[in-house]
Ligand binder design. Structure first.
Ligand code: C5P
Length: 324
């Protein structure tokens, strides 16, 4: 039986700027995306029937077509019908660690892992850019999740420009209320309603604005590996609509900002996860403890992790045999 086990890391946004509208109804974005150690595990094996099956240990994660991982497998079956009929369907088990609907690209990274895993299962030999192109069909964050690391993302979020050399680990604390979810379409729609008068309208100016990020202060700080400066330059336009509508998110952000050892704090993606960059792993643990003491609510999930320099990785077969 052919099988693979993949590690699918979450991401945070060090920067998220909404600069314009797009004819396809999406927004023109300028983002800096960053992989973190918090990850799901995806186990895949070929089935003798032409079925796609999803299992997940998290009750909120759907196992039908509404799961992006299912749609990733379906997309591979449609694009590579010969391989699909030769190798059969696929059984996918998602071991969830990443909070769902959290602004951490949990669904996108699962879909990215399914693309990478099926490429291996079916011996397709796709290149990274071919996998990214398939990823863009599924969602704006999927292409980034494939290679991960630190990258500038423009367009819908699918045009990637990796930032090298790889960033030395930043120590991250994440906070999310389990029962609190923010709809990404709602966040973008509300932003459009409130702030579209400031959108850039002509395509040359949009291209120039997107290009300017390469020489921005935060990119310079990343290239200089200056954690304190990166933390000072964090930015997310969606905070303008999410923080007023979700006071708990604002409260977490203020609590993080008040902790000794925190260099900076920001909401990730469309939220509601808030992250803080701490000075050291010890400080990150101290921040987590202090926030837990301030909010002893069991609904609040807290994680300590760090930034990493990769996206989807093959871990082993589900039986534990290490793959090279
Ligand atoms: O691409 P994805 O499915 O992840 O996007 C989720 C939603 O976020 C879209 O339906 C859209 O409402 C919003 N979005 C946007 N502009 C982008 C990316 C996402 O408006 N560039």
């Amino acid at each position: 039986m052919r099988s693979y086990s993949l590690i699918a890391p979450a991401k945070i946004n060090l920067d998220l700027e909404i600069i314009g509208d797009r004819p396809d109804g999406y927004h023109e974005l300028v983002m800096i995306l960053q992989s973190i150690g918090l990850a799901d595990q995806i186990d895949l094996y070929s089935l003798s029937t032409e079925n796609i099956r999803i299992h997940c240990n998290h009750p909120q994660v759907p196992t039908d077509k509404s799961n992006l991982a299912y749609r990733a497998a379906e997309l591979m079956a449609t694009k590579f019908p010969e391989a699909f009929s030769n190798y059969g369907g696929v059984d996918i088990t998602i071991k969830k660690q990443i909070p769902v609907a959290a602004g951490l690209a949990g669904g996108s990274t699962n879909a990215a892992a399914v693309l990478v895993g099926i490429d291996l299962l079916w011996n397709l030999g796709l290149t990274q850019s071919e996998l990214e192109e398939l990823g863009a069909i599924l969602g704006s964050d999927v292409p980034f999740c494939i290679a991960g690391g630190t990258a500038i993302a423009t367009g819908r979020g699918e045009k990637l420009s990796p930032l090298l050399p790889s960033l030395a680990p930043l120590h991250i604390v994440l906070a999310k209320y389990r029962s609190l979810e923010v709809s990404t379409p709602w966040a973008y729609k509300t932003y459009r309603q409130e702030f579209s008068s400031s959108y850039i309208r002509d395509s040359n100016s949009l291209a120039a604005r997107a290009n300017a990020v390469h020489s921005s202060a935060i990119v310079k700080a990343i290239l200089q590996q200056d954690a304190a400066e990166i933390a000072q330059k964090l930015h997310n336009d969606l905070e303008r609509v999410v923080l007023p509508a979700y006071p708990q998110v604002l409260q977490l952000r203020e609590l993080f900002a008040a902790q000794p050892g925190v260099l900076g704090t920001m909401m990730s993606g469309s939220g509601p996860t808030v992250f803080a960059i701490a000075k050291s792993p010890e400080q990150a643990e101290a921040v987590k403890l202090s926030v837990r003491q301030a909010i002893p609510d069991e609904d609040l999930e807290l994680f300590v992790t760090q930034t990493i320099t990769h996206g989807i990785q093959v871990a082993s077969t589900p039986k534990g045999e290490i793959k090279n």
